[in-house]
Structure formats: structure tokens, C-alpha cells
Design a protein around this ligand. Structure first.
Ligand code: AMP
Length: 396
């Protein structure tokens, strides 16, 4: 396998799949440029070696049609500022403009291609379109973890045209290494914390994690289904009645594998799903009729916290409660703090897959976590144990 550190890009044109799908406001201003910042180390290494970079990305969901509101041109301007060098922009990702601008690149130049998804062939994984992209560069770098679970032209199919010259960018490699530290041979004890709204979206994650963790903490709305499966009264809480057997099977599997399963014993309950609802605390299995559990309670926090602080490896996916509403934030805040504290004491922590990432950012704790993943859906599928096509294509 080629790596960023050992490969020399001197004299090469690197075709780099990046994730520049940055959030923008109604006026097209970038509201969060973390994705753009995340690719800088890869681009800088290519340029420092004496190579040039051809960046390709999608932005939004233009559904295979040209949509000026989803042009990457403003992102090219922003990247110029971040890189301190003027980024050249091609008005289409394939065709004469892209070809001419790629051909004219000199060492140290950066070219950004227009939104890949203006062509339906991108999401369709079209072979000829992939070949046209491949003809622009000499070496393929995939640094777009956020789309690694998609078998699109630029993320997967294009790699076929670089059998001897394909590698992961720094960001992608960091994501892969972090998951490896959790699912590969983790330092023990390893604790997985899974929360979020529904069991249904995390069944495969739970099953896969049972194969590698020592302790499994379940919180958030999905915990109610487990409480109910154990015969508890969950009132008006979010419960997936059709998954009670699945929850029981997971409880049994944890027991059989010797995994210590932690389900909340108490809850913060509310009489409505609203910020200004009346609130109370009660045992998680005795929620009064008409009330709903919207956060874990103090006893659960204490138990979960102790498990986390005793761990050497921690994976966290999904909030403990409805953390978007202040009265139901305490559980998620406490767990985020515990993960940060354990990390400070030497544990490896990975926070990945959606809302828990938003939570650690919101609480200002991201720099106290070993690795905060950039890929929501991709991380979830990775944690399910799936082989991501974007990763397989570079390895294969
Ligand atoms: P997910 O996208 O599955 O990770 O779920 C994240 C969402 O779960 C967040 O928007 C939370 O508000 C929601 N959530 C967390 N705990 C609960 C709960 N006890 N009841 C209902 N929704 C919850």
C-alpha cells in the first residue's frame, strides 16, 4: 500500500477526491468550513513534494443537473484563502475546460473541479465518466471519508484506472486508523456507548460492537426499547414495539459473550416533547402514563461515568437524551465530559457517527477527544462492520 508519507508527488498531478460539501447559508456563504480545513494537510503535502492537486467533490444534492446554487466556485475562493495560493477553478468536472486546466498545471498549482454531482454518472458509478476523470491525473488520492460508503464514480470506480497509483489521504487514513484502534485490537477494557433515537438504525452497530467491546452502554431514546423489553413501564417514551425481541436477543447475546451491558436505571421525564415541558425524575422502568423519558437520570450518569473512566478504549455514537433541548442535555454533557476525562488519563476515544459529534462540538470538548470522526453515515456503516467501497477500491 502506498501512503501519503512515503509516496513522492514530485512532478505528479494528483487527482484527489475530497469532501467539500460545506454547509452554506441562503446567500451562499460558508457557515462551517471544517470540511475544507480537514483536507489541507493532504493538499499541502502534495504541493510540498513538488506536485499539483486536482480536487474533486460534490456539494449538496443537485440530482445530476447543473444547479448554480450548488456551484463549488465559492469554495474555490475560500480554499485559496486557506491554502494561501490561488485555486484555479474548472467550470465542469470533465470536458474541455477541465482537461485544458489539468494539462496546464505546474508544480504547486491547485485546481478545483466543478460539482461532480452535476452529472448523473457520478452517483451512477459510470465507467466512462470515471475514466474521463481519471485521465486528468497521474495518481488517485481518496481523502473523502464522508462518502466512502458510496460506490460512486469519483469515490470508487475511478480507482480502477490507477491500479499502481492510488492511496488514502491523511484524513481518510486517520479515520481508518481510529476505527482500527476500536474494532481491531483495542486496549482493554473497551467500552462502547451507543445512543440516539432508535434501535432500528443501530441494530447492526450494536451487534458488531458486541464482538469487540467489554462494556456496552445504551442511552438515548433507544434505551427505552431495552427497558420495555425487560418488562419496564416506559409511559409515552419512544419505544419500538416491533423490536422488543431484537432488544432481548441483544441482551442475551451480550450475556453469552460476557459483555457487561448498561441500560439506564433512571430517567429525566417530561409530560411533553418540548423544551418548556414539566419535568421530573423517576426509575427508567416506572415512567408514569403520559410522561416520556428524554434523558438519562443521575444514577445512570454515575454508573456510565464509572464505566467510561475505567476504560482504555472508548467509542461513542449517539446522544444520551434530547440534547438539543436544554432540560434534557445533562446526560449527554456528563458522558461527553467523562469521555474527555478518560482521554486525559490516557484512554483512546473515538466519537463518530452523527449527533454525538455535534454534541462534543457544541460543548467545546472536541479537542479533548482522541478522534472526532468527520463521516456520519460512513462511520455508522464502518461500525456495522461493513467494507466501505471507497476503502476497498483503494486497497484492492
Ligand atoms: P440518531 O440520529 O439516531 O443518532 O438520534 C439522534 C437523536 O436522538 C437526537 O436528535 C436526539 O434528540 C434523539 N433522542 C435522544 N434521546 C431521545 C429520547 N430519550 N427520546 C427521543 N429522542 C431522543
Amino acid at each position: 500500500m502506498l501512503t501519503m508519507d512515503t509516496f513522492s508527488f514530485a512532478g505528479k498531478k494528483a487527482l484527489v477526491r475530497v469532501d467539500l460539501n460545506v454547509p452554506q447559508d441562503a446567500n451562499g456563504h460558508i457557515t462551517d468550513d471544517s470540511r475544507a480545513r480537514a483536507i489541507i494537510p493532504t493538499v499541502k503535502k502534495i504541493l510540498a513534494d513538488g506536485g499539483s492537486a486536482i480536487l474533486m467533490s460534490h456539494l449538496g444534492r443537485p440530482k445530476g443537473k447543473v444547479n448554480p446554487a450548488m456551484s463549488l466556485k465559492p469554495v474555490a475562493d475560500h480554499l485559496s484563502n486557506l491554502l494561501g495560493t490561488s485555486v484555479i477553478f474548472a467550470t465542469d468536472c470533465v470536458g474541455p475546460d477541465a482537461k485544458a486546466k489539468a494539462a496546464a498545471l505546474k508544480a504547486g498549482d491547485v485546481l478545483l473541479l466543478e460539482n461532480l454531482r452535476f452529472h448523473p454518472e457520478e452517483e451512477g458509478g459510470d465507467e466512462a465518466f470515471s475514466q474521463s476523470l481519471s485521465e486528468l491525473g497521474d495518481v488517485y488520492v481518496n481523502d473523502a471519508f464522508g462518502t466512502a460508503h458510496r460506490a460512486h464514480a469519483s469515490t470508487t470506480v475511478v480507482a480502477r484506472f490507477f491500479p499502481q497509483a492510488k492511496l488514502f489521504g491523511y484524513l481518510m487514513q486517520a479515520e481508518i486508523d481510529s476505527v482500527g484502534k476500536v474494532l481491531g485490537e483495542p486496549k482493554r477494557p473497551m467500552t462502547a456507548i451507543v445512543g440516539g433515537s432508535k434501535v432500528s438504525s443501530k441494530i447492526n452497530v450494536l451487534r458488531n460492537l458486541l464482538g469487540s467491546c467489554d462494556e456496552l452502554i445504551i442511552g438515548g431514546g433507544m434505551a427505552n426499547t431495552f427497558v420495555r423489553a425487560n418488562g419496564g413501564n416506559t409511559g409515552a417514551s419512544l419505544v419500538e414495539e416491533d423490536l422488543l425481541d431484537t432488544a432481548r436477543a441483544i441482551i442475551a447475546e451480550a450475556k453469552a459473550k460476557g459483555v457487561k451491558l448498561h441500560i439506564p436505571t433512571d430517567a429525566v421525564v417530561a409530560d411533553a416533547f418540548a423544551e418548556n415541558a414539566n419535568t421530573d425524575q423517576c426509575p427508567a422502568d416506572a415512567v408514569p402514563d403520559g410522561w416520556m423519558a428524554l434523558d438519562i437520570g443521575p444514577k445512570s450518569i454515575e454508573v456510565f461515568r464509572n464505566a467510561i473512566l475505567g476504560s482504555k478504549t472508548i467509542l461513542w455514537n449517539g446522544p444520551m437524551g434530547v440534547f438539543e433541548m436544554k432540560p434534557f442535555q445533562q446526560g449527554t454533557v456528563a458522558i461527553a465530559n467523562a469521555v474527555a476525562e478518560a482521554t486525559g488519563k490516557g484512554a483512546f476515544s473515538l466519537v463518530g457517527g452523527g449527533d454525538s459529534v455535534a454534541a462534543v462540538n457544541q460543548f467545546g470538548l472536541a479537542d479533548k477527544i482522541s478522534y472526532v470522526s468527520t463521516g456520519g453515515g460512513a462511520m455508522l456503516e464502518y461500525l456495522e462492520g461493513k467494507v466501505l467501497p471507497g476503502i476497498a477500491a483503494v486497497r484492492g
